[in-house]
Write a protein that binds this ligand. Structure first.
Ligand SMILES: [Ca+2]
Length: 371
């Protein structure tokens, strides 16, 4: 009785942190620590300057995880989201001047007249970190679509010059990705204040949306700036096979659905071609699919052997992919924690440790620690 009481007290003292046996990879040995749990389909995450972590839950909640792994109550002020199928509250990113402005950007699926769409919003995080104020819509990836609640994208990232990039999915209406009068299936580029930069590639072209930076994307859920080249890298789901990593260039066409390495779920190839004139090839392809969601470059202190890697959160062959890179090329691939948890997003902490969001109704934040 007394022993059971002591055991339960010990559990209370360490509510979240539970560490496992070491795992050996090609260039590092690490342990997996359950950093936080009880999150419903966590989707996006951003570290605050105080070391705590803002985490979105797809259902429509935003929470804060303290550096010791305690999960807050839902923050107030989060707008209504279209939480259906793949839709909901999706990514979060701090503005580059967050320390001064407290501004955050979020993307979500939103229900509007005519259906649903991907929406980018901005808000200010309250001084007590317990709510959002000054919530404002920045962009709707119009037109809305009435059918389905699939392929919303969406990630948000800022480049070295402070421009904001948002990835949008083609909503499972393939030809939308090739239409320049449509914001679905694109990478969109805006100023930090949400305006169209005058040097965007389609500014002034009749019948084209000036927000577009690149097109021909299927369902891109990974965006990251390569810290060694400054290039924007993107990950997108193929259909069955044909998942891609792309280096995103101004005004370029990435081909979906004109060319693809993927197949229909019932078998036949989507396209006879895997490359075409005027279409930029992916720099890495997975067939069969791993279903790549979020991506993060690694240049941290905790794992020197993993520097110059790109980590990819994988959902369908669940695990974590580590790609070795050289400039804007992929030179190798290693699979970690394979078959364990569906992983939606990977972020590098200020401590150089790697944090993974598991995609589950009782989801967790896992932390990789050097062993
Ligand atoms: Ca492509």
């Amino acid at each position: 009785m007394r022993r059971a009481l002591l055991a339960s007290l010990a559990l209370l003292a360490t509510p979240a942190l539970a560490q496992e046996a070491p795992v050996t990879s090609e260039r590092a040995t690490f342990r997996v620590t359950t950093f936080a749990r009880g999150l419903e389909h966590p989707w996006g995450a951003a570290f605050l300057p105080d070391g705590s972590l803002l985490v979105t839950e797809r259902r429509g909640r935003l929470r804060r995880v303290t550096p010791d792994g305690r999960v807050s109550a839902p923050l107030a002020g989060v707008p209504q989201v279209e939480a259906a199928a793949q839709g909901g509250l999706l990514d979060i990113a701090l503005a580059p001047d967050f320390a001064r402005t407290r501004e955050v950007f979020l993307c979500q699926a939103a229900a509007v007249a005519g259906g649903a769409l991907t929406r980018l919003i901005t808000a200010r995080l309250s001084p007590g970190n317990d709510g959002l104020t000054a919530v404002r819509r920045v962009l709707d990836a119009t037109p809305a679509q009435s059918s389905g609640r699939l392929h919303f994208g969406c990630r948000i990232v800022f480049d070295r010059d402070g421009f904001l990039y948002l990835s949008t999915g083609e909503r499972n209406e393939r030809n939308r990705a090739q239409r320049l009068d449509d914001l679905a299936g694109k990478v969109i580029r805006l100023t930090r204040d949400g305006r169209v930069p005058p040097d965007n590639p389609f500014v002034g072209r009749s019948g084209a949306r000036p927000e577009i930076w690149s097109y021909g994307q299927r369902n891109p859920q990974g965006l990251a700036v390569n810290p060694w080249t400054g290039s924007l890298w993107e990950a997108e789901f193929g259909p069955r096979g044909g998942d891609e990593i792309n280096v995103i260039r101004r005004g370029a066409n990435y081909g979906w659905p004109v060319v693809s390495f993927g197949r229909e779920y019932w078998g036949p190839r989507i396209s006879r071609e895997t490359a075409g004139p005027g279409i930029v090839d992916p720099i890495h392809v997975w067939t069969p699919s791993v279903s790549p969601s979020g991506i993060a470059f690694y240049d941290g202190e905790a794992f020197p052997g993993w520097r110059r890697s790109l980590f990819v959160a994988a959902l369908s062959e669940p695990g974590l992919v580590r790609l070795t890179t050289d400039g804007d090329r992929v030179t190798g691939e290693e699979r970690l924690l394979w078959g364990r948890d569906r992983i939606r997003q990977v972020v590098v902490g200020p401590d150089g440790r790697i944090y993974l969001l598991t995609d589950a109704s009782d989801g967790a934040v896992l932390r990789l620690d050097p062993a």
